[in-house]
Every structure is written in structure tokens, then in C-alpha cells.
Design a protein around this ligand. Sequence first.
Ligand code: NAI
Length: 440
Amino acid sequence: MKITVIGTGYVGLVTGTCLAEVGNEVLCLDVDPTKIEILKAGGIPIYEPGLEDMVKRNVAAGRLFFTTDIEESVKFGQIQFIAVGTPPDEDGSADLQYVVAAARNIGRHMSEYRLVVDKSTVPVGTADKVKAALTEELAKRGAAIEFDVASNPEFLKEGAAVDDFMKPDRIVIGTESERATQLLRQLYAPFQRNHDRLTVMDVKSAELTKYAANAMLATRISFMNELAVLAERLGADIEQVRHGIGSDPRIGYHFLYAGCGYGGSCFPKDVQALRRTAQENGVPLRVLDAVEEANDAQKHILIDKLTARFGKDLKGKRFAMWGLAFKPNTDDMREAPSRTMLEALWAMGATVSAYDPAAMEETRRIYGERADLLLVDSPMDALKGADALLIVTEWKVFRSPNFDTMKALLKTPLIFDGRNLYEPQAMRGMGFDYLPIGRP
Ligand code: NAI
């Protein structure tokens, strides 16, 4: 099949590449010429394990192409995926300007049937807006061309995106026409593996499913985070509680880890957008209000512990930070807890020496060169002369460090661990002052 993917970011590039991998011809469009130049030169503009090789393989095979030419992209694919960003508006609702712009472009240039698929995370009712934009553009030029609009939310996880796309738990499709359903069934047939993973539903339910999934996951995290604060106060251990409840199959072990807050390009904005939709429709989602409030507080928890030790005047102090990306295996820093912490430390006059295996360049892009930020080449380099270490992202490389070297490098052997990477007793046995989350 011939496919166009509009928006070549984390979702668009993975979608396009994986669809090419199974034999389709795919053209990826982006309005950002820098991204397309990098891709055309054989690189990839993001860090995503396994993606670069797959891109190269499919480009070499003549199945995967990149362009900034809108007209060419509309002509190319019978199926047009919209995978552009849907960032939060000032009031928290999803900003649909990029989605609508993409739809208008299709309406302006299409000359035969097109199936337009919303892959971006979009509020209920967006398919109708996309349809209206297409209809309007076609009417402007007096064209009567058939099209369908479908919803196909994406559930991939950054850091495991290629695997998630190639071996999905489920593929959710919201359609209004048999033609669209059949085309998407055919497109996704190679990803079904041993049983049917396709759930076909109405468009609104498909749109809501994506928000429901992310809101449920964010709720689990915020619940565990608040419970961790209580456990700490009571002298209980949240890690043991996690084991105790996770063994119940109704609860399960996933997404029960207490930490220093969730971030990323999805949970914060999707929780906000769903709350906004709820408010607009006069249905309070009180649970989600609390989920967001709890997360905002949790992003400060390491800083609260730190100021309890050092006070709020941190001039002349230097802190090491391990992990800048919002989670391991990505360079994505959107809404990352590290940013809340960096900015709080700087506001109190501290210097930070930081290391992340993938997000150093992204950090430089966001904050530029500044005297109070040292981006160093290794975890150990960050520790030299630091008054304490803050562990913010649970990259594998931080899990089993040389503790003797750490102790020798740190000015004081003090660790604020926002991801509970080590056993508290063992750490204390080695002479560390170790402050995890929710553990005695
Ligand atoms: P991104 O910001 O990495 O990529 C979006 C791309 O769209 C950018 O490269 C931008 O230049 C391009 N773009 C904007 N307007 C355009 C237009 N009119 N024509 C062509 N290109 C255009 O965003 P990301 O992370 O890929 O997210 C895209 C959507 O997918 C969002 O709605 C997000 O919520 C959703 N999503 C993201 C996931 C993730 O892990 N990043 C997972 C599941 C869904």
C-alpha cells in the first residue's frame, strides 16, 4: 500500500518506518526542514533504540521517503496518517492547529479518494473537525472527492517504540465506513501475529480510549507516589507494599513504582486535556484533578528533601544529577521532572553537574550554555566535588555503579534517589546517607 505520514516526530517516524518494514511504500512529511534534511542524510533526529537501523534499511530498499513538499505528500498515499503534535493550549485543552492545518493541506491538494487517519492524540470530536476542514477546502475549489476520516490512536512507548509498533498489544480503530475499516484491516494485518489485535469501534470511543489509557496509568503513578509519602511518614516501605499489592492479578505489577513524578510528552498534557474536556462537558473528573496536583507536588519531592538538609540558600553548592530525560531510553525532555529540579536548584543559587546517556544535546538545546550547568561525559564525572547526588531517571547504567568510586568523588556521600534504584540498608552499610522515595 502507499502511505503518507504527516508529522515526522517520535510517533510519525516510528509509524512510517514500521509500516515500510512490512513492505508498504511510505512517504513521511514534515514542515521542519531540519528534520527532513537529517533523515535524507541518513541520520535520525531523535533517540529511539532500533529505529535508525530500520530507517536505513527501508530507505535503502526504496520503501521509505522523506519530504517537505505538501503537494507531493498528498498525492502519494491513499492513506494519510496525521501524526503531528497536539500540545496543550493555555487552558490545558489540546491545541489542534497542527492537526487542522494538516487536514486542510490534504483538502487543498487531493485529487482522488483519501483515507485520513488521526494518529495524534486528539480530543473527542476532532475527527469531525478534520472532516469539516477537508469539506471546506474541497468546497473552496468546487471539488467533489470522496474521503473518510478514521481515528487510530497510538499506544507506543518512547524507548520501546519500534517493538511496541511491530508487536502491539492492541490496535484501536474508530471508523464510520466499511471502506475505511477494510483498508485499515489490510494495513494492520501484518501486525496481528497469532491473534486478532484489532479493536474496531466508533470514532468517539477510539478518541476517548487513548485519553482513558494514559489517565489510568497516570492515576496509578500518582496514587503510588502519594502512598509513598505516607509510607515514609509511617516508617513503612513502599517497595514491599508494591510487591504485596502487585501480586493481585486485578492490580498487577506494572506502573506501581513510586518516584519523583511522571513527565513526558503524553501523560501531563493528556491528563490536562481530558480534565478540560470533562469541565467543558460539565462532568467533573475529580480523580484526575488530584492526579495532576499530586504529580506537581511529587516533582518537587527531591528538592523538598534537599532543602530540608541544606536550607534554601544554595549559593556555592554543587549538586550532581543522574538522568535528564523524562524516562530511560529516550532523549525526550518534555515535562521532565529533571527540569523542575534544575530550575529550582538554579533559583536557589546552586550549580548542577549533570549526566544523561541520551539527553545531553536536548538539555543544551533547551537551556543553552550557562555557568550553573555543567554537562559532563560520565556519571562519575558528575560527582566530582558535589555536595549530593540526585537520581532522577532510572537508566540501566545507574543501577550498579562502583559505590567506592562514588563515595570517593562526592564531597558528602549523600544521595537523593528519586527512582529507588538501591537497597537502603546496603547503601547505609556502605556509609551512604541514602534518601529514597517511600522507604524507611
Ligand atoms: P513530535 O513533536 O515529536 O512530532 C510532531 C511533528 O509534526 C514535528 O516534527 C512537527 O514539525 C510536525 N508537524 C507539525 N505540523 C505539521 C504539518 N502541518 N505538516 C507536517 N508536519 C507537521 O510529536 P510526537 O511526540 O510524535 O507526538 C505526535 C502525536 O502523537 C501527539 O498528539 C502525541 O500526543 C501523540 N503520541 C505521542 C506519543 C509519544 O510517546 N511521543 C505516544 C502516543 C501518542
